[in-house]
Design a protein around this ligand. Structure first.
Ligand code: FES
Ligand SMILES: [Fe+2]
Length: 335
């Protein structure tokens, strides 16, 4: 019987987009098998906290409120700061010492990224800060389904499925996979029919994977100097369910629409850029959803029976072991 993957590997995971969480807002959802609340204080600090109050267990997400820089429990009105420390009890007595667990949280390039480690240890690595200058705002989409972040991320190195599932042609690795601690990168190219305003295009993919919850892919279409960036963000929620978010941005600067069709030189650039961006986003949503039937119904085989032409799946899986410190892991950079 193949050993199933532990459901909640360590690492950084998206819990939302910055512009979805306004000042004073509070929301709740499942994250890594736990109930959590996400809120933003009046000063703008986003905080991800376990949802159950350490006093007598009320759920902050059902009636809790943001009060200045604190969250107020709906049951007895105790207030906790963004470190999870109880700072106020309405009885006029000393607050108890119990703390609510708070997850390390970062906001960068419009994403809310939280760090998870089963024992609550602080992160020893970060996701990179990217220069967003000149990039368009993120278009985004998400799906909830039965899956696992190791399996969705494995797609990036699984060369064999690209023609079969997605219909890509001329798939070729442009360099070997590189691993460095929690970071993995690879580069390949492929052709997609009718990908850009009806034209077949060859695209080059620079894949940057930082743990199992955060990847971005710089996609270049050299023919038109089209540059887009795709974030792929798989976050375990409860049991074997994940929320898979994709977010796409594009950079208009070098784009040459006239290479798609000479008459496009007479059309305002912004119009063509927007049409190309919409087409790119639609294509990505379509392509990702093609994997669903496989992801939702597959089982994890360990070891798999690999063949030449699969791509570096074996190397990827050895790299991924570091995110399960509780099960083994020869190399562990995770907690
Ligand atoms: S359960 Fe939260 S204040 Fe009592
Ligand atoms: Fe795929």
């Amino acid at each position: 019987m193949p050993r199933p993957l532990p459901p909640y590997p360590t690492g950084w995971y998206a819990v939302g987009f910055s512009d979805e969480l306004s000042t004073g807002a509070l929301t709740h959802f499942a994250f890594m098998g736990r109930e959590v609340v996400l809120f933003r204080t009046q000063a703008g600090v986003a905080t991800l906290m376990d949802a159950y109050c350490p006093h007598l267990g009320a759920h902050f997400g059902h009636g809790g409120t943001v009060q200045g820089e604190r969250i107020r429990c709906p049951f007895h009105g105790f207030e906790f700061d963004t470190a999870g420390t109880c700072q106020f009890v309405p009885y006029g007595t000393k607050p108890p010492k119990a703390k609510a667990h708070v997850y390390p949280l970062k906001e960068q390039h419009g994403l809310l990224m939280a760090y998870f480690c089963p024992d609550g240890a602080a992160p020893t690595w970060e996701v990179p800060t990217l220069d967003a200058t000149g990039w368009s705002p993120l278009a985004r989409h998400h799906w909830d389904f039965r899956g696992h972040p190791q399996e969705t991320t494995e797609n990036s190195v699984d060369m064999g499925h690209f023609p079969v599932i997605h219909g890509y042609t001329n798939v070729a690795e442009l360099r070997d996979i590189v691993v460095n601690g929690p970071y993995l990168s690879t580069r390949y190219k492929m052709t997609r029919e009718r990908a850009m305003l009806g034209r077949a295009v060859e695209s080059e993919f620079d894949v940057h994977v930082h743990g199992l919850g955060y990847s971005f892919v710089d996609i270049v279409v050299p023919q038109f100097n089209w540059r887009s960036r795709l974030f792929v963000l798989a976050t375990p929620t409860m049991g074997d369910k994940i929320r898979l978010r994709v977010a796409v941005s594009a950079h208009p600067e070098a784009f040459v629409p006239a290479r798609i069709h000479p008459l496009l030189r007479f059309v305002p650039r912004a119009l063509i850029f927007n049409a190309a961006f919409k087409g790119t986003f639609k294509g990505i949503r379509h392509d990702v959803s093609q994997d669903f039937k496989i992801w939702q119904n597959k089982r994890y085989l360990s070891p798999p029976m690999l063949a030449e032409g699969d791509g570096p799946v074996g190397k990827y899986r050895r790299w991924a072991r570091q995110f399960y410190p509780e099960t083994n892991a020869p190399a562990t950079a995770s907690c």
